[in-house]
Design a protein around this ligand. Structure first.
Ligand SMILES: [Zn+2]
Length: 389
């Protein structure tokens, strides 16, 4: 941890504070003032990041990845919606996450693997998972003035966004015109594909990757059982930026679904978000290739670029499955016709089946702890807490 914070201090060159919350809402966020950057980070965010990572890397899940991703997203949205203040959306999302679930990635199992006390066992996976979300958030505290140049100009970003949209629109499930989305994004600063917003995320991603890469190399050189492995570094750093973006999309979904603005246009804005990730990923890949070329002493940049591209290719089926799951969760959260009463009935029926009901309760544990203070605000929420709490 200290190595990471030292590296943040070196690269951020601003005063900063870290506030660590045990449990709580699954969130990491940054508050920036002219004097300092304050980042708040919860252990629950770390647990859910570990679950997303497991879903991306573990091939045991490949057949059920879409369903598990949809359920995991709804669970995160449910927990975040409690804080956003919409108890009804929270309860509905939680029902969508747990009703009828047969399989799960246990939060505590994935954490047990990663809760390493021995520094010699802190490897690429450990460092990327633990610290990318945090380092990314600190990256949002970089001075804004330096950004709008060259490859990060509005035009370049919108070009990348269009490219991302075009590759998405090949799928029949995305009924939109890339050109229309690009002009809507260029006009409206609240649009998730607005170049100002995408640029902020690119800068934070590149900063996060740079900090975590340096800290991992330093740590493993000092106390590691082996040297850092370039391929693992590439894979883990790319994975962890995907995880950061997944949770950010959950957060946006919780905010917009809670605002009561569940319109077609708002849903479309949710669905096009992978285009922003396309742009972010392009920048992260390039900066990773450059950093590795300078770290390793092997300055053949083309070789590093193609290694990075190979890793991206290898994870493509998993990333696509997660995107599909996210889209499913978005449609569910935005569907005004989701019958909460019928889902509650199903859940009551599940009580007769110990195994699946036990799973539902385990999945809802953190949610119910957060929901305890919100009793009486929504009939559905009260029923959920009564059944699962
Ligand atoms: Zn961010």
């Amino acid at each position: 941890m200290n190595l990471v914070l030292d590296e943040v201090a070196r690269q951020l060159q601003r005063e900063f504070v870290l506030i660590w919350v045990d449990g709580g809402s699954p969130d990491v966020f940054v508050l920036t003032s002219p004097e300092r950057v304050v980042t708040v980070w919860s252990t629950r965010h770390l647990e859910l990041s570990a679950a997303f990572r497991a879903l991306l890397v573990d091939d045991a899940w490949s057949a059920v990845r879409v369903e598990l991703a949809e359920r995991l997203v709804l669970k995160v949205v449910a927990e975040l919606s409690l804080r956003e203040g919409d108890s009804e959306v929270a309860a509905k999302s939680l029902l969508g996450a747990v009703v009828g679930q047969q399989l799960s990635i246990g939060d505590s199992d994935v954490m047990a693997d990663l809760d390493v006390a021995d520094p010699a066992r802190m490897d690429e996976a450990y460092m990327a998972l633990w610290f990318m979300g945090l380092a990314h958030e600190f990256g949002h505290g970089l001075p804004a003035a330096a950004h709008q140049t060259g490859a990060l100009s509005d035009e370049e970003i919108l070009r990348g966004v269009r490219e991302g949209l075009e590759s998405m629109s090949a799928a029949p499930t995305f009924p939109f015109q890339p050109g229309e989305v690009v002009s809507a994004a260029a006009r409206d600063p609240a649009h998730p594909l607005h170049p100002g917003h995408v640029r902020g995320e690119v800068v934070a991603d590149v900063f996060g990757v740079s900090v975590v890469l340096q800290a991992t190399v330093d740590l493993m050189a000092r106390v590691g059982a082996r040297q850092p492995d370039p391929l693992r570094l590439i894979a883990e750093l790319l994975l962890s930026t995907s995880v950061v973006s997944c949770i950010e999309r959950c957060k946006r979904l919780a905010q917009t679904a809670s605002a009561g603005g569940q319109t077609q246009d708002a849903l479309l804005r949710q669905l096009v978000q992978p285009a922003a990730f396309h742009v972010r990923s392009t920048f992260v890949q390039e900066s990773l290739a450059r950093s590795l070329a300078s770290f390793s002493g092997d300055t053949d940049l083309e070789r590093w670029r193609s290694l990075v591209a190979e890793v991206v290719e290898a994870f493509l089926p998993a990333t696509r499955a997660i995107d599909t799951g996210l889209a499913g969760a978005m449609r569910f959260a935005y569907d005004p016709a989701v019958p909460a009463d019928r889902l509650l009935e199903q859940l009551r029926a599940q009580r007769a089946n110990d195994a699946t009901f036990g799973l539902a309760r385990a999945q809802a544990r953190s949610f119910c702890a957060l929901a305890a203070s919100r009793r009486g605000q929504s009939r559905t929420l009260d029923a959920v807490v009564e059944l699962l709490g």
